[in-house]
Design a protein around this ligand. Structure first.
Ligand code: PMP
Length: 385
């Protein structure tokens, strides 16, 4: 039946009103190209995104191969740069083979959908990244969500299911910055013949020997049954993602992973930049240790002042706020004072644990770290101490 005045989007206004009332509206704020601000919000952990070697490699790749990949990887979207980057990532991180995709998000969807499916089980940490949650849903596997960082719960979930199984975890959790118990998870997977998939988005460039990642740090790089996903957009300062693992797993993804097959390949500029960053990491292995030192200094400065901050296992430092509203005000006051910090509140984090999220960067000086701590402490809500 035709209806007089019909607005198919009126429900959006209702939702927006609820969000506004709860103080949870999100807005886009363009980042100035040249910023005098102190940035502790970006994921550019090693400060590579503006390194001349990296931007020059991006520009050269665009000139040589074009501004876009021109097609999916299996048609026209694979260049020599993509192959070189795959070899470099696999060798650097200690895996047999690698496959580069257009984002870390796509890499997680690819790995989860290709390595599981109807009739199999995925055991997933309750605090895993949204791209893992979505990958589990897309895979059509039965997903058992287990309490955070709990290898015994993983064992129990694996024990309760027959057939093909895979456990999946972030290596470093993106909000709290704590590390997963990888050796214990790997032992649980081995005991039950399950694969272990580790999203090393926040470990690459920060953990392991010279930044070779969390699996290198845990002695699990290239181990039987272990697959890793990466993003090229954090410590490598570029854009894109990758899956690392045994060659037969990578070949399987090339043939079956829909976010690889049906997606346009990574832009040559991004591939060139990521390759330059990975090579730079080999030449400057001290960068990873510096990022960890900066994280430890930030944490020490904040907790010495009486704030509650999660002890960082990598480069993410999380500072608790008494409420979502205070977190927003706190971050805005920091911004006003020239310091950019992340602000996490529902729905990104559960109710009651809103926080500022700081990222340590290898290129921050000790003076900048001191300045950041002073600003955060000065603008902190009284109830945060
Ligand atoms: N996994 C984790 C843990 C992440 O933090 C992110 C980025 N927010 C991703 C995957 C997605 O990576 P990308 O941004 O390259 O899509």
């Amino acid at each position: 039946m035709p209806q007089g005045s019909f607005d198919p989007f009126d429900w959006i206004d209702e939702q927006a009103a609820v969000r506004a009332k709860a103080g949870l509206v999100r807005t886009l704020r363009p980042r100035p190209a040249e910023s005098a601000r102190l940035d502790l919000a970006s994921n550019d952990y090693l400060g590579l995104t503006h390194r001349p070697e990296v931007t020059a490699a991006a520009a050269e790749a665009a000139r040589r191969w074009g501004a876009g990949a021109t097609g999916s990887r299996l048609v026209t979207g694979s260049t020599r740069l993509h192959a070189d980057l795959e070899r470099e990532l696999a060798d650097f991180c200690g895996f047999e083979a690698a496959l580069v995709l257009s984002s870390g998000y796509a890499a997680n969807l690819a790995a989860l959908t290709a390595l599981s499916g109807h009739g199999s089980v995925i055991v997933s940490d309750a605090l895993n990244h949204a791209s893992i949650v979505d990958g589990c849903r897309l895979s059509r596997a039965t997903t058992a969500v287990v309490p955070h960082a709990d290898p015994d719960a993983v064992r129990k979930a694996l024990d309760a299911h027959d057939g093909r199984a895979l456990a999946v975890t972030d290596s470093v959790f993106s909000v709290d910055g704590d590390a997963a118990p990888l050796p214990e998870l790997a032992a649980a997977c081995r005991a039950y013949g399950a694969a272990l998939l580790v999203d090393d988005a926040h470990g690459l460039g920060v953990l392991g020997e010279g930044g070779r990642g969390a699996l290198n740090a845990a002695g699990l790089a290239g181990a039987d049954g272990v697959v890793a996903t990466l993003t090229l957009s954090k410590s490598l300062g570029s854009q894109g993602g990758a899956v690392l693992g045994p060659a037969r797993v990578i070949d399987h993804l090339v043939n079956t992973a829909r976010t690889f097959i049906f997606d346009t390949g990574l832009a040559p500029a991004a591939a060139g930049a990521a390759l330059a960053s990975a090579r730079l990491l080999r030449r400057e292995p001290e960068l990873a240790a510096r990022a960890r030192t900066v994280a430890a200094s930030l944490h020490r400065g904040l907790t010495d002042a009486g704030l509650t901050a999660v002890r960082p296992d990598a480069a993410v430092v999380s500072v608790l706020s008494p409420s979502p509203g205070e977190a927003v005000r706190w971050a805005a006051d920091c911004r006003e004072a020239g310091l950019v910090v992340g602000c996490f509140r529902p729905p990104s984090v559960p109710d009651g644990v809103s926080r500022l999220r700081l990222t340590a960067r290898a290129d921050l000086t000790d003076a900048q770290v001191g300045e950041a701590v002073a600003t955060i402490v000065r603008t902190a809500p009284t109830a945060a101490f």
